[in-house]
Design a protein around this ligand. Structure first.
Ligand SMILES: Nc1nc2c(ncn2[C@@H]2O[C@H](COP(=O)(O)OP(=O)(O)OP(=O)(O)O)[C@@H](O)[C@H]2O)c(=O)[nH]1
Ligand SMILES: [Mg+2]
Length: 398
């Protein structure tokens, strides 16, 4: 699973990405600082089930801090998009293609409205971030419509001659775009199209279908960034303007400073927290003190920097993911080496037991016999849907 960080130039995408991954990709106050995509791993919080067993856990892929697991999520930060990107403007086409694998988009905007369409600095409030949300959608739609339309007439006629199902025809056209068969089915249901004759679909039909496909497969959330330079009223106005797309006010720059300061031991801060503590005030230089005091003001005004919250809202609310804990021993919740709750995986809610087995290992999926609930010890069939926080043993043929 991968989340794409998108938006126009200079809104703070790389800062947002660096804050979440603690990587060090270049950030600067001019457009097109990022010219090739950056990939990294962030994490979302989940309550660890280990207290239920009264023992500590032995995390492998997702560290546990005071009973909270930090479950990995892949992010990709792409160059800024400008209007006309789908037709190759800016760095257009190439990096839209870098978003093929994304399962959802966090669109970063400048809530203070002081970045123009091309990413240059402008006067506060001179640009409407809500408008950006609309044109970016149009760019994404045009991009998908273009992929859908490549050599369309020939493929559509072939499909009709062979009597192929339109769902399969579309799945083939959209290969690699991380659009599931169920999203294709939903998009088709929501489009008044002649299913038996795709060759009759017009450009407009394909554009509308592309919009429905994006709607069904790539949820969006807006990070209303640079909130330190904006007001609550501006945040509320934006939220209203872009409904039903949710928005979370963020201060990516502040989050990055806090995480870096925590990493070097200057402060105690956990991502998502409403405050931080300075460990030894005497170790701070005057500029560090001033910067941290500035951030304290932002946290007081906004409750948090919003960055961790934005990612979690994307993963849990928009994508409906849950965390599951596969184990080999359903009584002690251990793997073969006696490690307690070693892995934590994000999967869509209600993923069937067998699909979770595949997620752990292809062999486990292929040789699946049954799953066992780690709490009730009941056996579950291959199609049994798993709920949040499940501890599950997969039994497979050896
Ligand atoms: N005030 C304020 N500035 C920020 C914030 N986040 C990022 N910035 C600044 O915005 C400028 C652009 O940040 P980047 O992260 O490079 O933006 P980008 O969207 O990746 O830009 P491109 O790669 O050029 O598209 C930098 O000067 C950042 O320090 C924030 O929360 N508040
Ligand atoms: Mg960048």
């Amino acid at each position: 699973m991968e989340i794409g960080i998108v938006g126009k130039p200079s809104v703070g995408k790389s800062t947002f990405f660096n804050a979440l991954t603690l990587l060090d990709v270049p950030m600067a106050p001019y457009p097109f600082t990022t010219v090739t995509p950056n990939r990294g791993v962030a994490a979302v919080r989940a309550p660890c089930p280990h207290p239920e067993k009264g023992t500590a856990c032995t995390p492998g892929n997702a560290k546990c801090v005071d009973g909270t697991r930090w479950v990995p999520v892949n992010l990709v930060d792409v160059p800024g998009l400008v209007p006309g990107a789908h037709a190759g403007r800016g760095l257009g086409h190439k990096f839209l293609d870098d978003l093929r694998a994304s399962d959802g988009f966090i669109q970063v905007v400048d809530l203070s409205g002081s970045t123009d369409d091309e990413g240059r600095l402008a006067e506060h409030g001179s640009h409407d971030p809500g408008q950006e949300v609309r044109w970016l959608e149009d760019e994404l739609v045009a991009w998908v419509a273009e992929i859908l339309s490549r050599d369309f007439a020939r493929h559509a006629r072939g499909t009709e001659l062979e009597g192929k199902k339109v769902e399969d025809f579309l799945a083939e056209r959209l290969t690699g775009l991380s659009i599931s068969p169920s999203a294709i089915a939903t998009a088709l249901r929501n489009s008044p199209l002649e299913r038996t004759h795709p060759s009759r679909w017009t450009d407009e039909d394909r554009t509308n279908l592309a919009r429905r496909l994006l709607e069904a497969s790539k949820p969006r959330l807006v990070a209303a960034n640079k909130c330190d330079r904006a007001t609550q009223n501006e945040a509320e106005a934006l939220a209203k303007e872009i409904e039903p797309i949710p928005s979370v006010p963020t201060a990516a720059d502040a989050e990055l400073t806090l995480r870096r300061a925590a990493r070097t031991g200057l402060i105690e801060y956990r991502p998502g927290d409403p405050s931080f503590q300075v460990r030894e005030p005497s170790r701070l230089t005057p500029p560090q003190s001033k910067a941290l005091e500035g951030i304290r003001t932002i946290l007081l005004a906004w409750g948090s920097t919003g960055v961790q919250q934005a990612l979690e809202e994307m993963i849990y609310s928009r994508l409906g993911m849950i965390v599951v804990y596969p184990v080999e021993d359903e009584t002690h919740w251990t793997d073969g080496q006696g490690r307690v709750l070693p892995d934590a995986f994000l999967v869509p809610a209600n993923t069937p037991a067998r699909a979770v087995a595949y997620r752990v290992h292809t062999d486990l999926g292929e040789h699946f016999i049954r799953a066992i609930d780690g709490r009730t010890h009941r056996a579950m069939a291959a199609d049994h849907p798993l709920g949040p926080n499940s501890v599950v043993r997969i039994v497979a043929k050896k």
